[in-house]
Design a protein around this ligand. Sequence first.
Ligand SMILES: *Cc1c(COP(=O)(O)O)cnc(C)c1O
Length: 237
Amino acid sequence: MSSIADNIGSVTRRIQKATLQAGREPGSVRLLAVSKTRPAEDLKAAFEAGQVAFGENYLQEALDKMQALSGIEGIEWHFIGPIQSNKTRQIAEAFAWVHSVDRLKIARRLSEQRPETLPPLNICLQVNINNEDSKSGCTLDDLDELLEAIGELPNLRLRGLMAIPDPDQPEAELRLSFRKLASTLTKLRQGHPEAGPLDTLSMGMSDDLEMAIAEGATWVRVGTALFGARPAKHSQS
Ligand SMILES: *Cc1c(COP(=O)(O)O)cnc(C)c1O
């Protein structure tokens, strides 16, 4: 098995190559290391290999790792999992980014509960891009209204959109899903210049990051290719 440091190197090279091939600016795509289910030592190894941004799906698990790694300065924590409204305070206090905001109630709470001592919380709206019944995320039709309301929330910085397209769809359709998210962001930026920077597309994972980058991803969220296969799914929150 290759080491985490080796994997960071090879995923970074994949990102650089795809960025270049897409004719995009070097450095315009960032790597989010998705560390759910991974022990704190794995995050430490990745950090020592130069990885700064980590994505976690389960709040309690993330808080435990923050505690374990509190001696390390400079880790950037991203929340990427489903959000229950009774968890927003801890999320607003502990994270720099939230990629998985999917309704106004959650956005309002995150803004109200963001400590004034911290910079505004960076958020992305998660879009259920393939309209899957089982998936979280708002619909494309919800976005205009959400943007208008979120534009009024002082402690949030609306950075863009996130999606987890159905990975089982044919490659051409997967590509269209990424493309649709990108064109939606472009439209929103034109229609809602006040809503926030809208400079972010969080899309692409271990198996499809090249395609996502070709379609405009600015964050790719990568777990397996960095840390290896995860143990069977658990349902902690
Ligand atoms: C687990 C997860 C990922 C990483 O997926 P891999 O296929 O392991 O790279 C990315 N995004 C979200 C939201 C996840 O839950």
